[in-house]
Design a protein around this ligand. Structure first.
Ligand code: GUN
Ligand code: FE
Length: 426
């Protein structure tokens, strides 16, 4: 047994499925070599030799998963929230991302981002960097040191950027991607590369072809954006007239899930029937980003439908479309916007429940990283310990009510411990 083997005693909660939260008070949660061995009300004989850390009545839940965010956008989050996507990209995002050509600036900004992510409830994240190779490697170095487990993408964009933020050609973009992948080979334990064509408007057909070859050669996962905004969707139709629908513009190049190509698509707010059918067939993960979809007025994704039809779905903060790094906040937002959608748009799609939001924030997104997001035996031991004493109340509360209040009312001060694969990082 190494130091990654121990027992946490406390009030344990995790998703069994999208409708069920397992709750056990005064429970023993066993970690062996970085993996969960399960939750027990009486500690089995075989684990009695392990050190026991009793957290009292604090809650112990799986670390939260952020399936979609942009690290270079962290430092200006909470500004420029009065524009829609395409204007927001051109006037705010692209000029900000261009600054990451300067490694000095990148070092300062990315240190702030990684510090804050480490202090958050998030243990796993899939992250967009910028098109800059050096700054992306700097971000990966910082994330590696944090102990978080992340996937990070050097962004590809060879068209429709700005003079300061666009790669010279498809060849130049592909060559920089190869240089990045070769540079980082063998360099990290916790930090993995993910292929990141920004979105169809940013990537020429020639670039998509080359990225598909790189994806196959390096067996990389893929992340991008899909059907976020009406003007974006119309533009993709113009740019890619041979595609049947937006998702097809990725699928034509073999960059849309399927065997050997795990894929996250952010948003899927306005996906067509055909697109939804193909996402399901290809096992594409949807990153639902309710705060971003509200801030830049993209709309409200039909999450009830995605859950009921069994599509893979997790939550994303989409910093800086979203202003909050908190996946607790994303859970609350997901519940709230689903109620507005139900009330105002389609009363056949019922609002999502606390159970479903918790599922998306843990197991739903976590499964993109393997056996992550649960405390069932064999899952990676990603956990946070939550102290809710400052959220005061005179009346008795059930554990479910305490968890619900933490979703709506907690911040990083409520997180007292954090573990990733059994390593304590907070
Ligand atoms: N689509 C292409 N780039 C972006 C981005 O940076 N943020 C969001 N929300 N959507 C995008
Ligand atoms: Fe995004």
């Amino acid at each position: 047994m190494n130091q990654n083997s121990f027992v946490l005693k406390g009030t344990v909660c995790f998703s069994e499925d999208s409708n069920t939260i397992f709750i056990s008070e005064n429970a023993f949660l066993v970690c062996e070599n970085g993996l969960s061995s399960g939750v027990f009300s009486v500690l089995p004989e075989e684990y009695r030799g392990l050190p026991i850390h009793d957290v009292g009545n604090r809650l112990i839940i799986p670390g939260l998963v952020d399936l979609h965010l942009h690290a270079p956008q962290y430092c200006y989050r909470g500004t420029g929230m009065d524009l829609e996507l395409l204007e927001w990209l051109n006037t705010i995002t692209f000029p900000q991302e261009a600054k990451y050509a300067d490694l000095d600036y990148a070092g300062k900004a990315y240190s702030i981002f990684v510090d804050d992510l480490k202090k958050s409830a998030t243990t796993r994240a899939s992250i967009f960097a910028t098109l800059h190779v050096e700054a992306t490697e700097l971000l990966m170095d910082l994330l590696e040191k944090s102990g978080l487990k992340t996937m990070v993408g050097k962004v590809n964009m060879d068209r429709n950027g700005s003079p300061a933020l666009q790669e010279q050609s498809a060849d130049a973009s592909a060559a920089d991607t190869m240089r990045w992948l070769q540079d980082i080979q063998g360099r990290y334990q916790n930090t993995r590369p993910i292929l990141t064509p920004r979105f169809t408007p940013s990537c020429s057909d020639e670039l998509m072809k080359q990225l598909s070859l790189i994806q196959k050669e390096y067996h990389l996962p893929v992340q991008s954006h899909l059907s976020e905004n009406f003007s974006e969707i119309a533009w993709v139709k113009e740019l890619c007239p041979q595609s049947r629908f937006y998702g097809d513009a990725y699928d034509m190049f073999g960059l849309f899930g399927g065997e050997g190509c795990p894929t996250i698509m952010a948003h899927c707010v306005h996906s067509s029937e055909e697109e939804i059918t193909l996402m399901k067939k290809r096992g594409v993960y949807i990153a639902h980003c309710p705060q971003s979809n509200t801030d830049i007025a993209s709309g409200i994704a039909p999450v009830r439908r995605y859950l009921d039809e069994g599509l893979h779905i997790g939550l994303g903060s989409d910093i800086a479309g979203g202003f909050s790094l908190s996946i607790f906040r994303a859970m609350a937002d997901a519940i709230q916007v689903s109620k507005l959608r139900w009330r105002l748009l389609d009363d056949s799609l019922k609002p999502i429940t606390l159970e479903e939001a918790f599922y998306m924030a843990t197991l739903g997104g976590g499964s993109f990283f393997g056996k992550v997001g649960s405390f069932e035996k064999g899952y990676e031991f990603d956990a946070i310990v939550l102290d809710d004493e400052n959220i005061r109340h005179p009346q008795p509360l059930t554990t479910r009510e305490r968890l619900e209040r933490l979703v709506y009312l907690s911040d990083e001060r409520n997180i007292t411990e954090k573990y990733v694969s059994g390593n304590r990082i907070l």
